[in-house]
Design a protein around this ligand. Structure first.
Ligand code: AP5
Ligand code: MG
Length: 192
């Protein structure tokens, strides 16, 4: 099973990705988490991306595409994966298409979490108090939202045109959203 999960910052991508990935026994791969691990470990990559992430801008395609291609090439991803936070612009869509072409594989579905922007800003401000993620401050959250709207949201139409988009209401309780995703995904996969 090869899946993407998309949605605005704070939509619940990471929360739902780990649950859905566990259900299908595939790795959940988050580019944001990969970058944050590098930041935490003070790697060269971490140092390179820190200012960009703190501003809520996108890390370059060159860096991001290479990281994803490398990660998808690892053994645990041979039979499937769930990508969270990638692709984020049209260039990354093409880069992922190339990886898929090279391996003769395809995406099975693209999950889209539909959320209310004000409510998810609240979620992120709450998380800031608990976890202290350095991009969870009001100015950066606002910019992340703008970057999402300008660069990433249009990709939903790209995947809709390909007949892959599965939209789910992301505003309920975490368990209810998981249940809605599983139901929508099972329905969608049964259509084929
Ligand atoms: P990334 O890590 O992808 O962050 P994001 O898209 O801004 O989204 P978040 O991780 O903040 O939210 P989420 O949707 O995962 O929600 P979550 O489950 O955490 O990217 C960070 C940065 O990395 C980017 O700005 C960029 O700089 C760089 N980057 C990453 N990918 C890149 C790429 N492809 N190209 C270039 N740069 C890239 O939930 C949020 C909070 O809400 C949590 O506290 C959670 O507990 C809570 N919550 C979740 N669900 C619910 C619910 N149903 N009800 C109530 N609370 C909930
Ligand atoms: Mg996340």
């Amino acid at each position: 099973m090869r899946l993407l999960i998309m949605g605005a910052p704070g939509a619940g991508k990471g929360t739902q990705a780990s649950r859905i990935a566990a259900r299908y026994d595939i790795p959940a791969i988050s580019t944001g988490s990969i970058f944050r691990d590098n930041l935490a470990n003070g790697t060269e990559l971490g140092l390179k991306v820190k200012a960009i992430m703190d501003a809520g801008e996108l890390v370059s395609d060159e860096i991001t595409d290479a990281i994803v291609a490398d990660r998808l090439d690892q053994d645990d991803a041979a039979h499937g994966w769930l990508l969270d936070g990638y692709p984020r612009n049209l260039h990354q869509v093409s880069a992922l298409d190339e990886v898929l072409d090279e391996t003769g594989t395809t995406i099975d579905a693209v999950l889209s979490l539909l959320v209310d922007e004000d409510a998810v800003v609240e979620r992120l401000l709450k998380r800031a108090e608990i976890e202290g993620r350095s991009d969870d401050n009001e100015a950066t959250i606002r910019n992340r939202m703008q970057v999402y709207a300008a660069e990433t949201e249009p990709l939903l139409e790209t995947y809709r045109d390909r007949g892959l988009l599965v939209e789910v209401d992301g505003m309920g309780q975490v368990d209810d959203v998981t249940e809605a995703i599983v139901e929508a995904l099972d329905d969608f996969l049964a259509e084929d």
